[in-house]
Design a protein around this ligand. Structure first.
Ligand code: URA
Length: 427
């Protein structure tokens, strides 16, 4: 095979053979296929698509480019969750210890944020002492510990290395937006991680990768099929991402909100999504513990403390606090009828919670605290949201990002409260 013939096959609308796919991924990983050639192939895939066989083979080849972790033989069933990314989505933080408290082992390899959606590792790193660089042996120890049972850590360089290189390339060549490429990218990492079962949270809406429900459904189905083909039991929930989840966006602010959920409080939407995903995970793991009970009686909080300590963190230590805050007030009285997730994400990112380039540092304390969300009544002059940052020169840009983000209607809408959060289930 050679790169040009593989590119031509896809460019002209053909299906790639298994051999062509194996060759291309292997050659790209070895450096024998140049970045510009893989970019051209990725663009051809964006325009022409891949069928189920091609997508499964592509995924398998990306897994095979590195090491596949193996957690068979653990005393508890493994199950993990992956979210396609949303603003204020801190659900992994309460969910992993909750599902561990229900008797499963949760081996989560997670990422850092790029762009306006935050990364779980960035959030956890705001806890003093907490470290993401845990190797497979230590992962297995923590997963085997019945008091912990969950680990959230960085993927090693040898986990689907072809995807790492390809994702960086797609990011700079306008080739992220392809369902087969997104599905194979996510699933190659989750299958290589060695989990036996997986629950996907596929976000739909203005603040998500997939703006429409039909695209999100196709992505969810494609990922569930890839899981099934690889022997990983996979279920997907489609969930709304038009409004930020909960009341916070930003690293330490989101950790604090996750701890509120573990303590039995927290915003209703975060609790609802955490419990819905936990029920799916517990069922896929073949367990019959009730997650609501494990949350209410404090077992999930016990597991949180143990898992944070197991990775060097101090769960009792105060979280970092921003040097500067600015509170915006409601300009008029009425009901909040919309609150744009993307605008809040961009504002939090500008405040320093996210990074512009891979490897940039993030501010632990930066972000946004919402005092009101969709469905809440506000009065003119009452606090609407507070911006947090260590670098006050960015405040005007963040305020600007929020200019059109919030709609306050003088009339109480007929249907009160939030729109439904869980839209569909696949698998
Ligand atoms: N997340 C990934 O890991 N890969 C994609 O292609 C898109 C989102």
């Amino acid at each position: 095979h050679d790169a040009i013939s593989v590119i031509r096959t896809k460019r002209d609308g053909g299906a790639l053979s298994d051999e062509q796919i194996d060759w291309a991924i292997d050659a790209f990983t070895r450096g024998a296929m140049a970045d510009e050639q893989m970019s051209a192939l990725a663009m051809a895939i964006v325009l022409r698509g891949m069928n189920r066989r091609e997508t499964a083979r592509w995924t398998r080849a990306m897994i095979g480019s590195g090491r596949r972790l193996d957690f068979t033989g653990l005393p508890r069933p493994t199950v993990d969750k992956h979210s396609t990314g949303g603003v204020g989505d801190k659900v992994t933080l309460p969910l992993a210890p909750l599902v561990a408290a229900c008797g499963a082992a949760v081996p989560q390899l997670s990422g850092r944020g790029l762009g306006y959606t935050g990364g779980t590792l960035d959030k956890l790193e705001s806890i003093p002492g907490w470290r993401a660089d845990i190797g497979p042996d230590r992962m297995r120890e923590i997963l085997s510990d019945p008091a912990a049972g969950a680990v959230v850590c960085a993927a090693g360089a040898d986990l689907a290395p072809a995807d790492k290189r390809l994702y960086a390339l797609r990011d700079t060549t306008g080739t992220v937006e392809s369902i087969p490429l997104i599905a194979s990218s996510i699933m190659s990492k989750k299958i290589a991680e060695g989990t036996a079962a997986l629950v996907l949270d596929v976000k739909v809406g203005a603040g998500a990768f997939m703006p429409t429900r039909s695209e999100a459904h196709t992505l969810a189905t494609t990922m569930a099929e890839l899981g099934a083909d690889a022997g990983v039991r996979t279920v997907a929930l489609l969930t709304a991402m038009d409004t930020p989840l909960g009341r916070t966006a930003g690293n330490a602010l989101e950790v604090a909100e996750a701890v509120e959920v573990l303590a039995g409080g927290g915003p209703a939407d975060v609790v609802e999504l955490t419990l819905a995903l936990a029920r799916e995970m517990v069922a896929l793991a073949g367990l019959d513990t009730d997650p609501a009970q494990a949350l209410a009686d404090g077992r999930a909080m016990d597991h949180w403390r143990t898992m944070i300590r197991a990775q060097g963190g101090d769960p009792e230590a105060p979280l970092p606090v921003a040097k500067h805050t600015e509170t915006l007030s409601a300009p008029t009285s009425g009901t909040v009828t919309s609150l744009d997730a993307r605008a809040v994400g961009v504002a939090a990112w500008r405040l320093g919670a996210g990074r512009a380039r891979q490897g940039d540092p993030v501010q632990a304390a930066a972000g946004i605290h919402l005092h009101a969300t969709v469905g809440d009544r506000v009065t003119a002059g009452s606090p609407l949201l507070t911006l947090h940052t260590d670098t006050p020169d960015v405040l005007p840009a963040a305020v600007e990002a929020l200019a059109e983000a919030i709609t306050i209607s003088p009339h109480t809408p007929e249907r009160k409260g939030r729109n439904p959060l869980i839209l569909d289930r696949v698998g």
